[in-house]
Design a protein around this ligand. Sequence first.
Ligand code: FSX
Ligand code: SF4
Ligand code: F3S
Length: 390
Amino acid sequence: MANTRLLQLEAKTTIVDASKRLGMPRRDFLQFCATLAAGLGLPPGAEAAVAEAVASKKRPSVIWLHFQECTGCTESLLRAEHPTLERLILDVISLDYHETLFAAAGHQVEQARKTAMAANKGAYLLVVEGAIPTRDGGIYCKVGGQTAIELTRECAADAAAVIAIGSCASWGGMPSTAPNPTGSSGVADVLGKPVVTIPGCPPNPYNFLATVVHFLTFAALPPLDELGRPKFAYSRLIHENCERRAHFDAGRFAMQFGDEGHRKGYCLYKLGCKGPETYANCPTALFGDAGAGTWPVGCGHPCIGCTEQGVGFSKPIHMLSKVKNAEPPQQYPRIVEEQGVGATLGSASLLAAVAGAAAGAGAMVARNLGLSHQAAEAERARAAREKTEV
Ligand code: FSX
Ligand code: SF4
Ligand code: F3S
C-alpha cells in the first residue's frame, strides 16, 4: 500500500479495533476503505477520512421497511460470497428494524421500530425495499394493520434521509409491470419528494454500502442525479464499461445462445442486451465477490436493464436496445477477460485496480464520471421540453 496517510492510521486504536471486530487484517481494512473512496470518486486523501468514519462506532440507526418485493435486495446484501461486505454493512449501520431479520414479531417488533424512531428522531436513515401499492387506498400491502403508504409516510417524517433500495422501491420495478393491477409505485411518488434511489433487481450491495459510508464520513449524501441515483454508481452506461465492448465495436456478435460467438464471449447486443441504454456500474463493481466476470453479461446473459425504468421489466428481453451513446470509449477493455482469479475482497474489479494505487483507480473510475450523465440529463430535459411544447 503506497498511501502514507493510510499507513499512518494503521496503529490507531480505532482502526485496530475495527479490524478485530471485522476479522480483517488492518491493511485489508484500510485497502477496502481506499476502494470505497475510489469507487465514490472522492479526491486523493479522502480515503483516510473514510477509514476513520467506517472504524468509528458512530453508527446511524436504520429503519428498513419491506413491501412488494422478493427480498432479493436484503438477500444480496447478506448472502455475499465473501463475508466481508455483509459484515461491513452490518457494522457501519445499526439495523434497528428489519422485518426479515428480526427474531421478534408482532407488537414487540412494531414497538422496537417506534422506540428506535423516537430515540433517533431526525437522525435515522429510512431504507425502503419493495414497491408501494397505491390503488384502492393502498390495501394490497399492510404491515401491523397499516398500509405501506401510511408506514412510509410515518417513518419518513423524522428520517434524516430516505433510501429506496432496489428497482421496486425506486420506481415500481417488477411489481409495476403492465398492467400493474395494484398501482405499484416508487417511494418518491408516494412521498411526493425526491429520495435516494439505488435501483437494480437486486441492487449491488456495494452501492448501498458506499452511499451509507459517504453519509457517515461527510454527514451528507453523495451527489445524486435527477432520479435520485448516486452519480458514483449510475453515471455511466453499462455499455461503456463492458468487457465485451470491443466485440460490439468490431461487429462481432453472438446470434444465438450457445453458438460459436456466444462461446467466444462476443457481444450480446443481438440477443437483446440492454447495456447500451442502462446506467449502472455492474461491469466495474461486479457482484458476489467471486472474482472476474461475476455480473450478468460476464456470465453470458444479456443485461435486461434491471436498473432502468422503462427498460427493465418493460422491454422484452429479445428486443434490440436503443444505443444511447454511439461514441467509442476512451479506453478499450481486454477482449478476453482473465478468468479464475479467485475470490477477492469486496468488489473484485475495483479492488484489483485499487491495490497499491487507490488514487489512480479513483481517477480512472471518476475520469469520465458526469460526461455521459450530462448527456442523459440533457436528453431528459429535451424530452420534457418537447412534451410541454406538444
Ligand atoms: Fe427483489 Fe428487492 Fe428485485 Fe425488488 O430487490 S431483487 S423484486 S428490486 O425490491 O427484493
Ligand atoms: Fe456489452 Fe451488451 Fe454493450 Fe455488448 S451490447 S458491449 S454485451 S453492454
Ligand atoms: Fe441489471 Fe443489467 Fe446490471 S440486468 S444487474 S443492470 S447488468
